[in-house]
Ligand binder design. Structure first.
Ligand code: 5AD
Ligand code: SF4
Length: 458
């Protein structure tokens, strides 16, 4: 049957959806770009904040209404016959998912998406309301499935779950315990992608620098590290850097504890490893960091950033921040503000605190008023605009190596791509240009979020 996936949430979900698309295609189903043409629609859900979960559940409700001939037909074009929900919200809701969505055909939590082709077959045979909840230690199947239409960039999941248990975060409850995929599996997957023309991989995990810590990723009969790397993650970067045809390696997300000397050595030694790290800080107040259970102080966080910038002043550091955590005072907030300035972030995502049932902080009063959360959000975003401008101004006149991504959304004459630091660079191609091709762009103009320049040579 024809199918379409609708994805909410982070890159892990985007990657899981891609794998499901590949698995469904292999099972003989046909992916359609337009949801209105699909007989099977699957919503991949996020639950990190209340609003994210509401969106996914709401979307699913509309699809079910369309399936049952109620509601707006435009939602589905009237073709939808099977509606499934996958991902993080399923695990959080459990069997209650059918209270919220009585007409749902199947619901499958993270780590069990490999079953979806079989669940679809069961639905076609007449079953409905199938629930599949993974165990916290489950090792998924189908994780290395990549579809026919891979672009020049690809996500590769290397680490599942999380055991950090930050006070506010629902992720450990829904994505289960930390598990590192064996290095040989990851290397084989990236090698296969490179052989198919993929130039850039982004390695995914909640805390990728913990790769190989809870379970061994490297096995005794794996080839030894040529550079003498002892830590599993830098050693993985070394192995991936050696893959022919691959041009770039990115990874996300990270915790400052993982910024070891070996990691910095890997950044310096391996030219394919991009000079960017997404390092969520969450708060700049030591008191709040402690309450959150982040296991670092403001000074330790700043030391990690300084270490990365010491070997390359242009090293890009981006972050996530939560405003309005329970009990966050004006002075806690000002500490976050000043930390962001000291760290000199290249980009920042700011989130308003949202209590998640079952987390430690959900037991605390959500006492920062919504309007105040909104104000703090706006203040940090305004600061970041100025900071982004100032940081990008320093790059005017430099030549950035960019992988061409395609015509820019706003102006099709221009193309855009990203530099090693994940900065968006807009330029006019001098002649025909292939997607994924490297181009050198001399920066002429800087904006808070983008750089504009001319091709210097190609
Ligand atoms: N409320 C608000 N933001 C949250 N995040 C995680 N949990 C919550 C929550 N309960 C944010 C963190 C994390 C990002 C993915 O989402 O900043 O880094
Ligand atoms: Fe959302 Fe977190 Fe799940 Fe990603 S891992 S989809 S951010 S709940």
């Amino acid at each position: 049957m024809t199918f379409h996936l609708h994805t909410y949430g982070c890159q892990m979900n985007v990657r899981d959806s891609e794998a499901v698309e590949a698995l469904l295609s292999a099972a003989g189903h046909v992916r359609v770009e337009n949801e209105a043409d699909a007989e099977l629609v699957i919503v991949n859900s996020c639950t990190v904040r209340d609003m994210a979960e509401r969106k996914a559940v709401g979307k699913c409700g509309n699809l079910i209404a369309a399936k049952e001939g109620r509601g707006r037909q435009s939602e589905s074009g009237g073709r939808v016959k099977v509606v499934g929900l996958m991902g993080c919200a399923v695990k959080r809701l459990g069997a209650d998912v059918f209270k919220a969505l009585p007409g749902l055909d199947f619901a499958v939590g993270p780590r069990r998406f490999g079953m979806i082709p079989r669940l679809v077959a069961r639905c076609l045979a007449g079953e409905t309301r199938i629930l599949e909840l993974p165990d916290d230690d489950e090792v998924p199947t189908g994780m290395d499935a990549h579809g026919g239409g891979v672009s020049f960039q690809s996500y590769v999941t290397i680490l599942l779950g999380c055991d950090n248990r930050c006070s506010y975060c629902i992720v450990p409850d829904v994505r289960g315990h930390e598990y590192s995929r064996p290095a040989r599996e990851v290397v084989a997957e990236v090698r296969a992608l490179a052989a198919r023309g993929v130039k850039e991989v982004c390695l995914l995990g909640q805390s990728v620098l913990r790769y190989g810590m809870r379970n061994k990723a490297w096995l005794p009969d794996d080839p030894p590290s040529p550079g003498g790397y002892k830590e599993a993650f830098p050693r993985l970067l070394e192995a991936l850097n050696a893959i022919d045809g691959l041009a770039r390696i990115r990874f996300t997300s990270a915790h400052p504890k993982g910024c070891t000397d070996e990691l910095v050595r890997a950044y310096a030694e391996f030219p394919k490893v991009c000079r960017h790290l997404h390092l969520p800080v969450q708060s700049g107040s030591d008191r709040v960091l402690k309450e959150m259970g982040r296991h670092y102080t403001r000074a330790e966080y700043l030391a990690a950033v300084a270490k990365l910038r010491a070997f390359d002043p242009e090293f890009a550091v981006t972050t996530d921040v939560i405003v309005g955590y329970p009990g966050e005072t004006e002075s806690d907030f000002e500490a976050t503000r000043s930390l962001m300035e000291e760290a000199g972030f290249d980009n920042a995502f700011v989130f308003k605190y949202s209590p998640r049932p079952g987390t430690r902080s959900a037991a605390l009063p959500d006492d920062v008023p919504t309007a105040e959360k909104e104000r703090r959000d706006q203040v940090l975003l305004a600061d970041q605009q100025l900071r982004g401008q100032a940081r990008n101004d320093r790059l005017v006149g430099t030549v950035r190596e960019v992988l061409a991504e395609g015509p820019s959304l706003r102006n099709a004459v221009r193309w855009s791509g990203r530099d090693s630091g994940n900065r968006i660079v807009v330029f006019e191609p001098k002649g025909p240009l292939a997607v994924g091709a490297p181009v050198n762009v001399r920066i002429r103009e800087a904006h808070p979020q983008i750089l504009i320049g001319e091709i210097a040579s190609s």
